[in-house]
Design a protein around this ligand. Structure first.
Ligand code: GUN
Ligand code: ZN
Length: 449
């Protein structure tokens, strides 16, 4: 239960807020289990928020006496207060595609996804979809997401407008696709360029919003359209680029027939200038060493989407192969809803753990929580803004309860103050029920629906 430390009369006089609980933030990538120097943990800590950003975070006995008079203190005893989760790859128009039966990637797109996405031509459907989407992310403690819209610019407009209204940091783009899709979902190279350009001008850099140029994947874009996407990235070098790469074996074979001159799938994007430090490539499961070299040299980000890779049967992401090379590939983590099966980053990292188990690799709890927060922020180059409890960062926070269900509480009864064990229970058994509260810019998120 949330307890208020300050009286109601005091609350009215100040916009200042503080959140009290067990603070956890990462300082760097953990070397492995037990790496106490990789994080800061304060058993009774306070995050002081001013103008939506973290003014200070430290022990309660240090911070409380210095709070301005009238500061509202939300107390979450026994809960872990940490930076909100960051989801690096998710599809806004697939909230009614999630949990669609019995197909692998190309059939799944045709049978379910391309049908649902057509509904986003309607601005009202887009607006309702954006509201549901953001509610669901925030209920799960995700405060930043990198999202795909549908081909319709109105889907991206709806998502940006709703994100702005809530004050969330959202990166998104309308999908570009000019072939191998139903007519109603096709743009052209020129229209994809024009619509994306207009969206960039309208939204990129406005408040906390950023644009991601979004050619869906090589199969649904002609060379002319990939060229247009490259032009957009040259014209807006601080925008992001997102697409899919090497997810499924039939997809890879199809790409080879569509781009016979390309060395490999990665080269299809490389030729059009689409690799780089702001480029996010979903999946990256079946890549050659040469492709990993190019991703690494270009500082592109490979995004691991474990629930999707299992659900659509795409394959097992090989984290150790990407990371333990001379030049590691930058890696992110994401849900990929609606190919993915949960909006929860806790469920997502639990499935990442299992995928890596099948590859005889480990994912320590510290590494998992670092990935969902600071590492995903670094993948976006936004770690000065989100992903930690450092002063100056936005106070986008999640409050977590490792005793949220009877099964969790029962298991927690065996834990004697071991933070890593608690984090492992949270990630293995936790979901939206473990999220006590989400804060955006230091304000508790209230749900309308
Ligand atoms: N490849 C191209 N489009 C998609 C999509 O919507 N989801 C997934 N998982 N892969 C894709
Ligand atoms: Zn995807």
């Amino acid at each position: 239960m949330t307890q208020r430390d300050s009286g109601p009369a005091a609350e009215a006089t100040s916009r200042s807020r503080a959140i009290r609980g067990r603070l956890l933030t990462f300082l760097r990538e953990p070397a492995g289990p037990g790496d106490r120097d990789s994080y800061r943990y304060i058993a009774d800590g306070v995050v002081h928020v001013a103008d939506g950003r973290i003014a200070a975070a430290g022990p309660a006995e240090e911070i409380l006496p210095g709070l301005p008079p009238g500061t509202t203190v939300d107390h979450h005893p026994d809960r872990i207060v940490m930076p909100g989760f960051i989801d690096l790859h998710i599809h806004m128009p697939q909230t009614q595609v999630i949990a669609s039966y019995g197909t692998q990637l190309l059939d799944w797109l045709e049978r379910y996804t391309f049908i649902e996405e057509q509904k986003y031509a309607d601005p009202e459907h887009s607006a309702a979809g954006a509201r549901f989407f953001l509610d669901e992310l925030l209920r799960n403690g995700t405060t930043t997401a990198v999202a795909y819209g549908s081909v319709h610019p109105q889907s991206a407009d709806a998502l940006f407008a709703e994100s702005e209204r809530r004050g969330a940091c959202i990166i998104a783009g309308k999908v570009m696709m000019d072939r191998n899709a139903p007519n109603a979902l096709r743009d052209t190279a020129q229209k994809g360029y024009d619509d994306s350009k207009a969206l960039i001008e309208r939204w990129h850099g406005r408040d906390r919003l950023r644009y991601a140029v979004t050619p869906r994947f090589a199969i649904t874009s002609t060379e002319a359209q990939l060229e247009a996407a490259g032009a957009l990235m040259r014209e807006h070098p601080d925008a992001y680029m997102q697409t899919h790469l090497s997810e499924n074996l039939d997809e890879i074979a199809y790409v080879r027939t569509l781009f016979p001159d390309a060395r490999d799938y990665t080269d299809v994007y490389d030729r059009f200038g689409l690799l780089g430090p702001n480029s996010l490539f979903g999946h990256c499961i079946h890549l050659s060493d040469e492709e990993l070299d190019r991703l690494s040299e270009s500082r592109s980000v490979a995004v691991f989407c474990p629930t999707s890779n299992l659900f659509i049967g795409s394959g097992l992401f090989d984290l150790a192969r990407l990371r333990r090379r001379e030049a590691p590939v930058r890696v992110g983590l994401a849900t990929d809803v609606g190919g993915g099966t949960s909006y929860s980053m806790l469920r997502t990292v639990a499935e990442a753990y299992k995928v890596l188990q099948l590859r005889r690799q480990n994912l320590p709890a510290l590494t998992a929580f670092h990935q969902m927060t600071r590492a995903n922020a670094e993948a976006l180059g936004l770690d000065a803004e989100i992903g930690t409890l450092e002063p100056g960062c936005y106070a986008d926070l999640v409050v977590l309860d490792a005793r949220a269900t009877p099964a969790m509480a029962h298991r927690m009864d065996t834990v004697r103050g071991d933070l890593e064990e608690e984090l492992f229970i949270l990630l293995t058994l936790g979901d939206d029920r473990s999220v006590t509260k989400t804060y955006l810019r230091g304000e508790p998120v209230e749900f309308e629906g």
